[in-house]
Design a protein around this ligand. Structure first.
Ligand SMILES: N[C@@H](CCC(=O)N[C@@H](CS)C(=O)NCC(=O)O)C(=O)O
Length: 120
């Protein structure tokens, strides 16, 4: 992508077409994987989520939205799908868990959920 297209995207935000494409991508990722975490690499809540999942030895698909071209479009798409505006945005076996707080709230049932999702 050209520098100017990237800069104009940063200033104006994602287009409806970009959000629609991101929605399809997010939904496919969610449908095709046991555990998906939409994250930002500098986010402390995301770090806590990744730490918890890694501690249990879980396999998960991780997207660092601040590091990919369609990250902002994906965040808007996720907002439309889940009504959640923040990261981490976590899915286990196609179920929307929520953010890190919600993940920590279900810590006790997490190993069973992860096993059911084929992530352990
Ligand atoms: N209660 C939420 C807090 C998450 C949160 O505040 N995340 C920040 C990043 S550290 C966020 O998404 N801010 C808005 C943004 O980055 O667009 C959780 O436990 O996941």
């Amino acid at each position: 992508m050209s520098f100017f297209k990237r800069l104009s995207g940063l200033l104006s935000g994602p287009t409806p077409e970009e959000i629609a494409a991101a929605k399809t991508k997010a939904q496919s990722l969610i449908n095709e994987n046991g555990v998906v975490v939409f994250s930002k690499s500098y986010c402390p809540y995301c770090a806590a989520t990744k730490r918890s999942l890694n501690k249990l030895g879980a396999q998960f698909v991780l997207l660092e939205l601040n590091e990919i071209d369609d990250g902002r479009a994906l965040q808007s798409a996720l907002q439309e799908i889940t009504h959640q505006t923040t990261v981490p945005n976590i899915f286990i076996q196609q179920r929307h868990i929520g953010g890190n707080s919600e993940l920590q709230d279900i810590k006790d049932e997490l190993p069973a959920l992860l096993k059911g999702a084929g992530a352990l």
